[in-house]
Design a protein around this ligand. Structure first.
Ligand code: NAI
Ligand SMILES: C[C@H](O)[C@@H]1OC(=O)[C@H](O)[C@@H]1O
Length: 253
C-alpha cells in the first residue's frame, strides 16, 4: 500500500476528481479528510465509502475562497487523525463565458476559488507540516489549461497557470522542511465541471478526436497520478508537474 498510515486532506472532494482521489488514497491505506462546499449528502457518501474500506474519514464544510476555511480544515483533520501527511488542493470552478463581456463577479469568483483558495489551503497545510517536522507532500490540481488557452476560459486558464506556478515556488519555499510540492495537469476529464459543455455532441466528438488515446479522461485516471506524487515512490520529485491528458497536448497534427 502506497499511503499506509498516512493522513490525506483533499479540497472539493464530494464529486469528480477530488472524490476519486479521496477513495484512491483510502484504497492505498490512508485516512482521509475531505473539504466540501455545499453537498453534504455527496460528502457523507464519500466518507461512508472510505469507512467501508476500513479507513477513517471526515467531511468538513467550507468555502476555499474564504481564508478562514483553510486553518479550520487543517485543524479539524488534526483533531480527528492527529497529523497531516498529504494535502491535495483540488477544489475548482470553470463557469464557461466569453471574454469581451465577462462579468466582473465571474472573473473574481473564479480567481478567488481556484487561485486564492489553493493558496490559503496550501499555506495552512504547509504550516502544520512544518510544525510537525516530518515533511509531507502537497499536490495541486492544475490543468492542461496552465499551458494552453481556451476561448471561453480567459478567467480560468490564468488561475490554473497560477496554481502550477504556486507549486513551483512552494517547492523552493518548503524543500528545506522535506515538503514536496507538485502539480497534476489533467486534460479533459468527464465530470460535473464540463457536463454542460460536453453535452454538445459535436464538441464532445471534437475533444475526443484530439486525444491520441481516443477517449475523455475519467476521474480515476487522475487519482492514480495524485497517489503516485503523494507517495514515497515520488520521494525525489518536487516542483514538478504531470500532464494527465491522454496525449492531447502534444497532438498538433
Ligand atoms: N474535469 C476536467 O476536465 C478538469 C478539471 N480540472 C480541475 O480539477 C479540479 C476538480 O474538478 P472536477 O472534479 O473536474 O469538477 P467537479 O465539479 O466534479 O468537482 C469540483 C469540486 O470542487 C468543489 N468546489 C467548488 N467550489 C468550491 C469552493 N469554493 N470551496 C470548496 N469546494 C468547492 C465542488 O463543490 C466540487 O465538488 C478543479 O480544480 C478543476 O479545475 C483540471 C483539468 C481538467
Ligand atoms: C472544464 C474543462 O472542460 C476542462 O477544464 C480544464 O482545466 C481543461 O482544460 C478542460 O478545458
Amino acid at each position: 500500500m502506497l499511503l499506509q498510515g498516512k493522513t490525506v486532506l483533499i479540497t472539493g472532494a464530494a464529486h469528480g476528481i477530488g472524490r476519486a482521489t479521496a477513495i484512491a488514497c483510502a484504497k492505498q491505506g490512508a485516512d482521509v479528510a475531505i473539504n466540501y462546499l455545499n453537498e453534504p449528502e455527496a460528502a457523507a457518501a464519500v466518507v461512508a465509502e472510505i469507512e467501508a474500506l476500513g479507513k477513517r474519514a471526515i467531511a468538513v464544510k467550507g468555502d476555499v475562497a474564504d481564508a478562514a476555511s483553510a486553518p479550520a480544515f487543517v485543524e479539524a483533520a488534526v483533531k480527528a487523525f492527529g497529523k497531516i501527511d498529504v494535502f491535495v488542493s483540488n477544489a475548482g470552478i470553470c463557469p464557461f463565458h466569453a471574454f469581451l463581456d465577462m462579468p466582473a463577479e465571474i472573473l473574481e469568483r473564479t480567481m478567488r476559488v481556484n487561485l486564492h483558495g489553493a493558496y490559503y489551503m496550501v499555506q495552512a497545510a504547509a504550516k502544520r507540516m512544518q510544525q510537525q517536522g516530518s515533511g509531507g507532500a502537497i499536490v495541486a490540481i492544475s490543468s492542461i489549461s496552465a499551458l494552453v488557452g481556451g476561448e471561453m476560459q480567459t478567467h480560468y486558464t490564468p488561475t490554473k497557470a497560477g496554481v502550477h506556478s504556486l507549486m513551483q515556488s512552494c517547492a523552493i519555499a518548503l524543500g528545506r522542511y522535506g515538503i514536496r510540492c507538485n502539480s497534476v495537469l489533467p486534460g479533459t476529464i468527464a465530470t460535473d465541471i464540463n457536463k454542460e459543455d460536453l453535452a454538445d455532441p459535436a464538441k464532445k466528438k471534437y475533444m475526443e478526436g484530439r486525444i491520441p488515446l481516443g477517449r475523455l479522461g475519467e476521474p480515476d485516471d487522475v487519482a492514480g497520478c495524485v497517489v503516485f506524487l503523494a507517495s514515497d515512490l515520488a520521494r525525489y520529485v518536487t516542483g514538478s508537474s504531470l500532464l494527465v491528458d491522454g496525449g492531447m497536448f502534444v497532438n498538433l497534427q
